[in-house]
Design a protein around this ligand. Structure first.
Ligand code: SF4
Length: 194
């Protein structure tokens, strides 16, 4: 059956949506030490604001750029402290849309690299596809260059599959970011089970 246009996520033109115009630097939630947002024990930061408007979005409240509380230095210090636990593998950015909140995400990931080098990994979810991010604004490319793993693309209700690892729909991919940037093509995360 054909889907009507209203039942599909939005498709931005390159650089149509910019964090510098949209982000309020608000945080919807912070969850330390969880097991579901990527590999291993992770600290998850949910940033506020997303314009893709995917039908069936798992976190609709966080589509609002004013949802939640402002990002603060105290929260950043708490995240760094939590990441310092030896059993914690890394940080996960999700939302909302991390690539429309680059002011917060770039600052935090740079601090993580400063404090921990690459001994902690950084995952990010995004509604943008890999090829869209490569054609978009400099801040999006900068964030991409700082992370290890990207789960890309919108959530598509028609392709929903709850058996997939770390993804909600089968169009989404788990991408090894440094390897993909180096190769000039998408290299999938090599511990993908399904
Ligand atoms: S990209 Fe993610 S956060 Fe944004 S509307 Fe779609 S499912 Fe929701």
């Amino acid at each position: 059956m054909l889907q009507s246009k209203e039942r599909l996520p939005k498709n931005p033109r390159p650089k149509e949506w910019l964090a510098s115009e949209l982000s309020q630097q608000y945080i919807a939630d912070y969850k330390p030490f969880n097991f579901v947002d990527g590999e291993g024990v992770r600290c998850s930061l949910y940033v506020s604001g997303c314009k893709f408007a995917c039908p069936g979005c798992y976190n609709k409240a966080a589509q609002n750029f004013h949802y939640g509380v402002p990002y603060t230095q105290d929260l950043e210090d708490a995240i760094i402290k939590d990441l310092g636990e030896s059993y914690c593998q890394g940080l996960t950015l999700l939302g909302g849309e991390p690539f429309l909140n680059t002011q917060v995400c770039i600052k935090l990931v740079k601090r993580i690299r400063q404090e921990f080098g690459h001994s902690k990994d950084v995952w990010s979810w995004s509604g943008y596809r890999w090829d869209e991010l490569l054609r978009d604004s400099d801040d999006k490319l900068e964030l991409l260059s700082l992370i290890d793993v990207l789960v890309d693309d919108r959530f598509m209700l028609a392709k929903k599959d709850l058996t997939l690892q770390f993804r909600g729909s089968s169009n989404q991919r788990i991408i090894n970011v440094p390897a993909s940037l180096k190769a000039g093509r998408i290299v999938l995360w090599d511990r993908l089970l399904k």
